[in-house]
Design a protein around this ligand. Structure first.
Ligand SMILES: [Zn+2]
Length: 190
């Protein structure tokens, strides 16, 4: 039995699974209790800006424990690949940020191009999160070690190692690498 994929290519493929959960009873199980026959679709996850809903970014699944059901009562989230869970900005913004760093821009400049924002504090949060994912990024590469490129416009060696890895990784993933990574590995890019 599999855990449900966390990321989906588009809205239709997300709906295809979540509106037909009875067809996947032998396929997908709850993330927490491993029961497979108690999962129900439990509403959309929205992206809000200034309090207003601007996009659907995913759906919630409930392992149902009501009305005679025997699930564990917990919920978990499924997302469209454009969504970076725990982050306001999307995979596309984060993608542009890293592509700009790989193209040789400084951290503030890359962040400004990606988000239009001049205050790059968030950029360092993205970089630190990405550093924690280094092992997962490298697991997708055939090479055991990636040669560290020292010409990137970042001072810290840790970030140079990260960017060297992302350069190799991005050339391997199709389309928009951050979103592709989430589909390929079923885990968030950041
Ligand atoms: Zn459960």
């Amino acid at each position: 039995m599999l855990v449900m994929p966390k990321f989906y290519d588009d809205f239709d493929s997300l709906q295809q699974v979540t509106l037909n959960l009875e067809f996947y009873i032998d396929v997908f199980a709850c993330l927490f209790c491993s029961k497979s026959d108690q999962l129900v679709s439990h509403g959309f996850i929205f992206h809000r800006m200034n309090g207003e809903i601007v996009a659907i970014t995913g759906k919630r699944i409930l392992c149902c424990n009501r009305r005679g059901r025997s699930g564990c009562g917990r919920t978990f989230n499924l997302y469209l690949k454009e969504k970076q869970p725990r982050y306001v900005y999307s995979s596309a913004h984060i993608n542009v940020f890293f592509l700009m760093l790989l193209a040789g821009h400084s951290i503030p400049k890359a962040y400004q191009i990606a988000t239009g924002c001049y205050e790059p504090r968030n950029a360092y949060r993205w970089l630190e999160s990405a550093c924690l994912k280094l092992v997962e990024y490298r697991a997708l590469l055939n090479e055991k070690t990636v040669k560290t490129i020292r010409t990137f416009e970042v001072r810290s060696l840790k970030f140079k190692i990260l960017l060297s890895t992302l350069k190799a990784l991005f050339s391997k993933l199709d389309g928009f690498p951050c979103a592709s990574f989430q589909i390929t590995t079923r885990q968030s890019f950041l």
